[in-house]
Design a protein around this ligand. Structure first.
Ligand SMILES: Cc1ncc(COP(=O)(O)O)c(C=O)c1O
Length: 500
């Protein structure tokens, strides 16, 4: 079959024949390739002669997809207060810029000299992130926060090996995100868990008792996952460095201190930034995200390669790797997420970034006060002001009427609202982890608080009604294990036969 005959065949199944013909006209290289028989290059057994593509009227197709799009919920539709995720508004100008045709067609192998403008943007972005974090060098070789953690843990390992020290323990607080211990374990460390004290800080007495000549480092996020700033961060830094270890900053919660405080000034040696969180690249549904790993001067040699450098007024990739940890991925990061980050910082400027932090902290504390006053939800670890997020507990509801955090989350869906993160951090029973970000208005915050209060009242009146929710969503309660397909356990071959 000739390629252009195939195109005419396609034309037949598309109702708008005329428009399609015009489209074909603008296809490049039409003349050059019009006599090429593509099948000539394909093995006979894979050539498809009859293709049974279903044909539907255009209007039916349009309605189907519009309906599907209306069933999706995202930041463009309403509040997404997923704690630890920092789901903020992605300014539309970002989309306009990253949809640039030239960018879309750029091949990752494009020679440096043809992309000097883009490299200059990446260079400038690195300078800004260094300033924001208080670090000396950054790499965008890591595609996500967890990859940054792994890179950081590998750097810590290599650093100690180079010093001839056998340090095989990584300290991680019990409030940490699961990726912290996982990354440390992947880098070959034994994970030592640190308890949280009654004020929501790392228990410094336990920390003192845990450090030894085996301590490689401590992975910490500050503010922590309770939304609380570590009150003893100076002391923690002294203890870790005094024991010969390094301090790793999990930047997932940077929104809570952005433009106000810097990990580098708190004593951290390595920082990862979840660019898709703090700097607005959308990452719902698992990506595509972007991240950076930044280090202090003495650790620069360990950063993954290539590093972007300047030589004779040009930007070049430096692949030299005496002691670097290698590459974390092919090519250099997710350019689209990096560009969104660049635009976000460019638009806001230093004062705007500080405001991002201030408004997100204000929003969180406003919600915290209102919800606390209702008396329905408990606030573990005291009432001192939170930073970017707050973690309530639905323990009382569960004890009184059997309604759990999961039930509350499902009831929110029936009210047209997105659920918060639930059951994390693990140190809060029946956790409801709410993060509002700077994007949300007072109207949206109040609506959210009212919904949570209304659900609690309903739970006391008719708990089963809450337990039966959601009723107004496309699908009702899903089997949590099966909903996340890879976790579905197939326990017998009998099941496989029956379902095939
Ligand atoms: C506190 C914390 N650390 C690390 C991560 C991992 O980041 P990423 O999802 O970018 O891999 C997350 C993700 O939600 C997080 O909340």
């Amino acid at each position: 079959m000739n390629i252009w005959r195939q195109a005419r065949w396609l034309e037949d199944i598309i109702p708008l024949k005329k428009g399609f013909k015009n489209l074909l006209h603008v296809l490049p290289y039409e003349d050059e390739f019009k006599d090429v028989d593509v099948n000539h290059y394909l093995p006979e057994k894979i050539v498809r002669r009859d293709i049974d593509i279903p044909a539907y009227p255009e209007l039916e197709v349009v309605r189907h997809y519009v309906r599907l799009s209306q069933e999706s919920y995202g930041v463009n539709t309403g509040t997404v207060p997923l704690g630890s995720c920092t789901m903020k508004y992605n300014p539309k100008i970002n989309d306009v810029v990253v949809k640039n045709e030239v960018l879309e067609e750029l091949h990752p192998e494009t020679p440096e000299e043809l992309v000097q403008g883009l490299l200059e943007i990446l260079w400038e972005l690195e300078q800004w992130l260094k300033e924001i974090t208080g670090m000396d060098r950054c790499s965008f070789q890591v595609p996500a926060g967890a990859a940054g953690e792994l890179a950081g843990a590998l750097i810590i390992r290599q650093y100690h090996i180079d010093r001839g020290e056998n340090r095989d323990e990584m300290l991680v607080p019990d409030s940490a995100h699961g990726t912290n211990p996982a990354s440390a374990a992947m880098a070959g460390f034994k994970v030592v868990t640190l308890p949280t004290d009654t004020n929501g800080n790392v228990d410094t007495e336990a920390l003192k008792a845990s450090v030894s000549r085996r301590t490689a480092g401590l992975m910490l996020t500050n503010p922590n996952t309770l939304g609380l700033f570590e009150e003893h961060i100076d002391k923690i830094s002294d203890i870790i460095h005094g024991a010969g270890g390094l301090l790793y900053y999990d930047g997932a919660n940077l929104n809570g201190i952005l433009g106000v405080a810097r990990p580098g000034d708190m004593g951290f040696d390595i920082v990862h930034l979840n660019l898709h969180k703090t700097f607005s690249a959308p990452h719902g549904g698992g990506g595509p995200g972007g991240a950076a790993i930044c280090v202090k001067k003495e650790l620069e040699g360990y950063l993954p390669r290539p590093l972007l450098t300047r030589s004779g007024g040009r930007f070049v990739w430096d692949y030299s790797c005496d002691k670097c940890i290698g590459m974390m991925r092919v090519y250099y990061g997710n350019i689209i997420a990096l560009l969104r980050t660049y635009l976000y910082i460019l638009m806001l400027g230093p004062q705007g970034l500080r405001e991002v932090c201030e408004v997100s902290v204000l929003n969180t504390n406003y919600l915290m006060k209102k919800l606390l006053n209702s008396g329905f939800y408990e606030l573990p670890y005291g009432t001192r002001p939170r930073k970017h997020e707050v973690v309530f507990s639905a323990r009382k509801l569960k004890k009184d009427v059997g309604v759990t955090a999961e039930d509350v989350a499902k009831a929110l869906l029936d009210r047209g609202l997105h659920a918060p993160t639930i059951y994390f951090p693990l140190i809060v029973e029946e956790a409801l982890m709410i993060e509002l970000t700077e994007s949300e208005s007072i109207y949206d915050i109040e609506r959210y608080v009212e919904a949570l209060i209304e659900i609690a009242k309903e739970a006391y009146r008719d708990p089963q009604k809450i337990k039966n929710s959601p009723k107004h969503t496309t699908v009702s309660r899903l089997d949590l294990a099966k909903a996340n397909h890879p976790r579905t356990l197939v326990l017998s071959t009998k099941y496989l036969k029956e379902s095939s």
